[in-house]
Write a protein that binds this ligand. Structure first.
Ligand code: SAH
Ligand code: SF4
Ligand code: F3S
Length: 481
């Protein structure tokens, strides 16, 4: 994380240059394919959040332009890209294991290109570690210069040393990077990049830069194209979607975007994440209520129940304010499914503070809680705070949280028994290929018996079996759209 520079201008000439390089690589790949009869293949490994998934779809889109097709088998790949996350230490440790394991593949196939990119590469210490210890990596790039992949690929061919290209500033939003989506019926659509909040524990603003919103017309055009291609469900993405538009010189906010997406023919479901409790407005809640396509689902991370800890986390709301927002959402959006993120063991959190976190869980009754043990991140302000609680203390509290939430989730899931729910049939079930799988509007996974030809359609399913993490059922009929 070195000093920031002024935003970089990436103009159309630069993009055209990258496209030209992609065409050259494709031509070479085509020639080689004719000679060897072997298709060129890519394998992209993604860690972290939906933002990284969405970036990986761009990486795959660029590689597809260069003539690579997807493979699930690493051993068959001609190019392997690992898109990294550094939000917690265990994400980093997993990465080093994965890169280490690729050394053997590179030894067997020296022409294999290995690239490492994403959030972790925006940190100097991580880049240094890879440069020194994992010399079989060919290319390192960051979160702000994905568009440059064609050039990096071309330069890396025949190069002995690791090519490192990291931008320490957030560049502009580049609209015409090709995207290769793995799923047809649902899509992640990034509406804004970066974060301005600087929660004291969080590395994201340091590696993703400041908030930048895409223009409404670009977002709408992308979703219209998706709808024409058969997409039914979109999830609008941003680290804090409620800040959408603040950096644009336009009179438009996130609720306005939702209203515009709600009008797009063919789109049946709208989801979004993540909302910050300090910014969730009455206008957004009433928009959720009024727009038929917005799913009854709200992910609203509260992180900690104690006001002292919330202050130290720089979250800018109190427990009481949070509970009021939840109450409002429950009143306005009947049947809303709530989910949240919680951090256990933030520096200075006592058992008494932790009781407040349990209290929020009991009062709200979330459908799902994503729980994390605090992980110290170099460069964040919390890394300077004294942390005296032991790993055992944190683990004990974590287990209490898991136990309480399991009981609540079970209770909420039980209420689905014998109910008829709308499910978007997304594919065949992994556990039982004769069954189908999909999600309810509230985000619950449902495996069900159905009839041929329903994949990609909305169906009504009667629930007949409850499990902790999914529901089983049988299809009743297709939903008339
Ligand atoms: N922008 C989103 C998501 C941020 S990262 C938001 O604000 O909600 C996803 C989650 O990871 C966070 O909500 C937080 O619960 C967790 N997290 C972030 N930094 C962490 C850290 N240093 N240690 C443990 N958990 C962390
Ligand atoms: Fe991290 Fe806070 Fe920004 Fe979320 S809102 S990305 S937790 S700094
Ligand atoms: Fe991880 Fe980067 Fe997302 S740090 S959580 S992949 S924004």
């Amino acid at each position: 994380m070195s000093e920031r520079k002024a935003p970089m201008i990436i103009d159309n000439v630069e993009i055209a240059r990258q496209k030209e390089i992609a065409r050259r690589i494709r031509a070479n790949n085509d020639v080689e394919q004719l000679r060897t009869g072997k298709q060129k293949r890519m394998h992209v490994i993604t860690f972290g959040c939906q933002q990284n998934n969405s970036d990986s779809e761009k990486i795959m889109g660029l590689l597809a332009e260069m003539g690579y097709t997807n493979t699930d088998i690493k051993e068959m790949a001609d190019v392997i890209i690992i898109n990294t996350c550094c939000v917690r230490e265990n994400a980093e440790l997993k990465l080093y294991g994965n890169i280490g394991a690729l050394k053997r593949l590179k030894a067997d196939n020296p022409s294999l290109i290995i690239g490492v990119c994403g959030c972790m590469m925006q940190q100097e210490h991580a880049v240094e570690m890879i440069r020194k210890k994992y010399r079989h990596v060919d290319i390192i790039f960051g979160t702000h210069n994905i568009y440059k992949l064609p050039e990096l690929m071309e330069r890396s061919i025949g190069e002995k040393y690791t090519l490192i290209d990291i931008l320490n500033t957030e560049g502009m939003i580049i609209e015409d990077i090709p995207v290769l989506r793995e799923e047809k019926f649902k899509a992640w659509v990034t509406i804004m990049y970066g974060c301005n909040n600087f929660c004291s524990y969080c590395i994201v603003p340091h590696v993703r830069g400041r908030e930048r919103s895409r223009k409404p017309e670009d977002i709408i055009r992308e979703i219209e194209d998706l709808a024409k291609d058969g997409c039914k469900e979109v999830t609008l993405l941003g680290q804090n979607v409620n800040s959408y538009g603040k950096d644009l010189n336009m009179d438009v906010d996130f609720a306005d975007i939702i209203r515009m997406v709600n009008e797009i023919e063919g789109i049946e479901r709208i989801r979004f994440m993540t909302s910050h409790p300090k910014d969730i407005s009455d206008k957004l809640i009433s928009t959720m209520r009024d727009c038929k396509k917005v799913c009854e689902q709200l992910h609203l991370p509260f992180q900690a129940g104690s006001n002292k800890i919330l202050r130290r986390m720089n979250r800018k709301y109190t427990k009481e304010e949070y509970l009021n927002k939840i109450l409002k959402a429950k009143q306005e959006i009947p049947g809303v499914a709530l989910s949240t993120d919680v951090i256990v063991g933030f520096p200075g959190e006592t058992d008494e503070d932790f009781e407040e976190t349990l209290d929020v869980l009991k009062r709200v009754e979330f459908d799902q809680v994503f729980m994390f043990i605090y992980s110290k991140r170099i460069g964040t302000s919390a890394a300077e705070m004294e942390d005296t609680a032991t790993y055992e203390d944190k683990h004990r509290n974590f287990e209490r949280l898991v136990k309480l939430q399991n009981e609540i989730s079970k209770k909420l899931n039980d209420a689905y028994m014998d109910r008829c729910v709308e499910v978007l049939a997304e594919g065949n079930s992994k556990n039982d290929p004769l069954k189908y799988t999909g999600r309810t509007r509230t985000g619950k996974v449902v495996n069900f018996t159905g009839v041929e030809g329903i994949i990609g359609k909305l169906v009504n399913v009667k629930i007949n079996e409850i499990h902790s993490w999914f529901l089983n059922g049988e299809m009743v009929n297709e939903v008339k759209e």
